[in-house]
Design a protein around this ligand. Structure first.
Ligand SMILES: [Zn+2]
Length: 242
């Protein structure tokens, strides 16, 4: 069993890296599940400074969203996390983000398809949760679960993204890949028709097979960068929504 201390540390690290990359800010939250104790550890809600989060800032809750310690409750959209942690043994970590590029696919009427080899991990597609509403109760959480099924990620209409994975390393890496593929799609569209990577080519590339190794290397790389990050947005300004 991964210890609470380790889960809290990894969750704080992952969230600080998302902040460094401009993928989380005023909004957004990340969680990790300890199946043996059925405890979810989640980042605090709106307004917390995600770039400075420490292990002790994480909020423990049960699968009904009840806080298990501390004064602070979980973010209002906690059902996103409990629905996935409760239903899928491979959804040990879940990120809900309002990333600048992938969120555009939740706005434009255009299906997401991978455009790079790294993006091949999304060969199954990224389905859209069609309701323009926050996911603030278990019914909506279950509806999201039905949309995402066994897939890695979903788009939330007019809102953001949800990414699930076997651990925080995997969720960090695949979220970075989803955001990067979305950005490259937008940029390539300025040049003309965008060529996507077919499901067959995705499978041939074997992104899934090498995923654990890639995710661990990306984790080590970004941990190194984050250790010397000054915790300021690069330009001194920050986006409202990531
Ligand atoms: Zn949100």
């Amino acid at each position: 069993m991964t210890s609470e201390k380790e889960l809290r540390e990894q969750l704080a690290t992952c969230t600080r890296i998302f902040a460094m990359q401009g993928m989380i800010g005023l909004f957004g939250h990340v969680s990790v599940f300890q199946p043996e104790t059925k405890t979810v550890f989640i980042t605090p809600g709106m307004g917390s400074d995600k770039g400075s989060l420490r292990p002790e800032d994480m909020v423990p809750m049960d699968l009904d969203g009840k806080p298990l310690a501390g004064k602070e409750g979980p973010p209002v959209e906690w059902p996103i996390h409990t629905a996935l942690h409760g239903a899928r043994s491979d959804a040990v970590s879940v990120a809900h983000l309002h990333t600048p590029n992938a969120t555009l696919f939740a706005i434009a009427k255009r299906r997401f398809q991978p455009v790079t080899l790294q993006g091949a991990v999304f060969s199954d597609g990224v389905p859209l949760y069609p309701e323009a509403q926050l996911i603030t109760n278990p019914e909506r959480g279950n509806a999201l679960m039905k949309v995402i099924g066994d897939k890695r990620a979903a788009l939330l209409r007019g809102h953001g993204i949800v990414v699930a994975g076997q651990n925080l390393q995997e969720v960090l890496y695949t979220s970075l890949v989803l955001e990067d593929d979305a950005k490259k799609t937008l940029q390539a569209a300025a040049l003309g028709e965008v060529g996507t990577i077919s499901p067959e080519d995705c499978r041939a590339f074997g992104a899934e097979i090498a995923l654990e190794r890639r995710a661990q290397r990306a984790w080590n790389y970004f941990c190194s960068l984050a250790s010397r990050w000054d915790r300021q947005p690069a330009t001194g300004r920050s986006e409202l929504f990531p």
